[in-house]
Design a binder for this molecule. Structure first.
Ligand code: NAI
Ligand code: MG
Length: 350
C-alpha cells in the first residue's frame, strides 16, 4: 500500500479551523482508496514569529523538503507586520521549492448561485495559472529616507525567459487536457518592457501548440470579462500579481473566497508542492467556527491529483458538490452550517 508523508502547516487565523477539517477528509478518502497518509504538523506562521522571531524554524525548509507534499492554510495576524508573512513563509517556500505554477481552478459548485446572477455552471469553469516565482513579487527594491520629503520607494519586477517559457508550456499543456484555449492576461500596452517581453516569449511558445487557441487580453478588460463573460475563459495565463488579484475575483464569482483552492506546483517534482486555499487567514472571522473549509478541502483534491491519486481526488470534488447541492453551506454563502458540519457532510458524501 502506498504511503504519503504530508507536512501540515495550519498557519494562523482560520487556518487552525479549516486545515484540521481538510486532514480529516484526507484520512477518510485514503481509507477508501487504498493508500495511507502520515501527516506531521508544524506550528509555523505569524504566531510562531511572535514566539521565535521567525515564521519557521531555522532549518524549516530542510525539514519540509523531505515530505511528499505540504498542506498549508494561510499566514498573517493583525499583531504582526503584514509585510512579513509572504516574505518569510509563503514566498520563501514557493521560490525555494521552485513551485513556479500557481494552479487555481474557478468552477461553480453544484447548488451554488453565482453572484453573477444569470451565469451557471456551464459558464463558470476555467483555471487561473498564475506565474508563482517571479514577476512583480520578487521584492526587488528599497525604501530610502521614508520620513523625508525626498523619500522614495522602488519595486522592480523581474521576468526571465526561462521563467516565462516554463509557465507558458505548463499552460498550453493544461489547455490540451481542457477546452484547448489559452488567454494570456497582460498589460503590455503600458508595461512596455517586462510585459512586452512576457507576451513575446509566450507568443513563441504558443507557436509550438498550433492545436491550442491563443489570445491576449489586457488585465483591465479581463476583470470586466470575468464578470460579464466568464464563459470565454479556459486557461488564463497571467503574472504573479495579476494572477493574485484575478483569482480572488474568480473566488468571488464562485460565490465566496472560501471556495477557492490552489496548488503551488513544482511540475518536475524536484521539490514538494504546496496546497492552500486562495484566501488569507481571515482574522475577522477566526475562532468562531464559521469559516468555509471548502477551498482548503478542494486543495487536498488538487494535492492528491498531483500525487497521482486521481480517483481519490475526483471523489473529494464529487463529495464537495454533493454537499453544496444539498444546501449544506457556511455563512459566507448564505448558509448556517459550521466549518465542522461541512467537513462532516463531505466525509459522509465520499
Ligand atoms: P482574507 O482572504 O484572509 O479575507 C478576506 C475576506 O474574505 C474576509 O472578510 C474574510 O473573512 C473572508 N474569507 C476569507 N476566507 C474565508 C473563508 N474560508 N470562509 C469565509 N470567509 C472567508 O484576506 P485579508 O483580510 O486581506 O488578509 C488577512 C491576512 O491574511 C493578512 O495578514 C494577509 O497578509 C494574509 N494573507 C495570507 C495569504 C497566504 O498565507 N497565502 C494570502 C492572502 C492573505
Ligand atoms: Mg491572494
Amino acid at each position: 500500500m502506498k504511503k504519503y508523508q504530508i507536512a501540515v502547516v495550519n498557519g494562523d487565523g482560520i487556518g487552525h479551523e479549516i486545515v484540521p477539517m481538510a486532514e480529516q477528509v484526507l484520512q477518510a478518502v485514503a481509507a477508501k482508496h487504498d493508500f495511507s497518509v502520515e501527516s506531521t504538523t508544524f506550528p509555523f506562521g505569524a504566531g510562531y514569529y511572535l514566539e521565535h522571531g521567525d515564521f519557521m524554524a531555522p532549518d524549516g525548509l530542510e525539514i519540509l523538503k523531505g515530505f511528499d507534499a505540504i498542506l498549508f492554510g494561510a499566514v498573517g495576524l493583525p499583531a504582526v507586520d503584514d509585510t512579513l508573512p509572504f516574505k518569510l513563509f509563503t514566498n520563501k517556500v514557493r521560490t525555494a521549492f521552485k513551485q513556479y505554477v500557481n494552479y487555481r481552478p474557478v468552477k461553480l459548485l453544484d447548488g451554488v448561485k453565482s453572484p453573477l446572477g444569470t451565469k451557471t455552471q456551464k459558464d463558470i469553469d476555467f483555471v487561473v495559472v498564475r506565474e508563482n516565482n517571479e514577476g512583480e513579487f520578487v521584492q526587488n527594491g528599497r525604501q530610502m529616507y521614508p520620513d523625508e520629503p525626498f523619500g522614495f520607494a522602488t519595486d522592480t519586477s523581474l521576468f526571465t525567459r526561462v521563467g516565462v517559457e516554463r509557465i507558458a508550456h505548463y499552460s498550453f499543456k493544461l489547455a490540451r487536457k481542457r477546452r484547448k484555449k489559452v488567454t494570456n492576461v497582460t498589460k503590455s500596452n503600458t508595461m512596455i518592457n517586462t510585459l512586452a517581453y512576457w507576451d513575446r516569449v509566450i507568443g513563441e511558445v504558443a507557436e509550438q501548440y498550433p492545436d491550442v487557441e491563443y489570445h491576449k487580453m489586457y488585465i483591465d478588460a479581463a476583470t470586466a470579462n470575468f464578470v460579464l463573460h466568464p464563459e470565454y475563459f479556459d486557461v488564463v495565463l497571467t503574472t504573479n500579481m495579476l494572477g493574485d488579484i484575478l483569482s480572488d475575483l474568480g473566488g468571488a464569482i464562485m460565490g465566496s473566497l472560501g471556495f477557492g483552492p490552489s496548488g503551488n506546483l513544482n511540475p518536475e517534482n524536484t521539490f514538494p508542492s504546496m496546497f492552500e486555499p486562495i484566501h488569507g487567514s481571515a482574522p475577522d472571522i477566526a475562532g468562531r467556527g464559521v469559516a468555509n473549509p471548502i477551498g482548503q478541502i478542494w486543495s487536498v483534491a488538487i494535492m492528491l491529483d498531483h500525487l497521482g491519486e486521481e480517483q481519490a481526488a475526483t471523489a473529494i470534488v464529487k463529495a464537495i458538490n454533493r454537499t453544496t447541492a444539498a444546501g449544506i453551506l457556511t455563512k459566507d454563502v448564505g448558509g448556517s452550517y459550521s466549518t465542522q458540519d461541512i467537513a462532516r457532510a463531505i466525509i459522509e458524501n465520499l
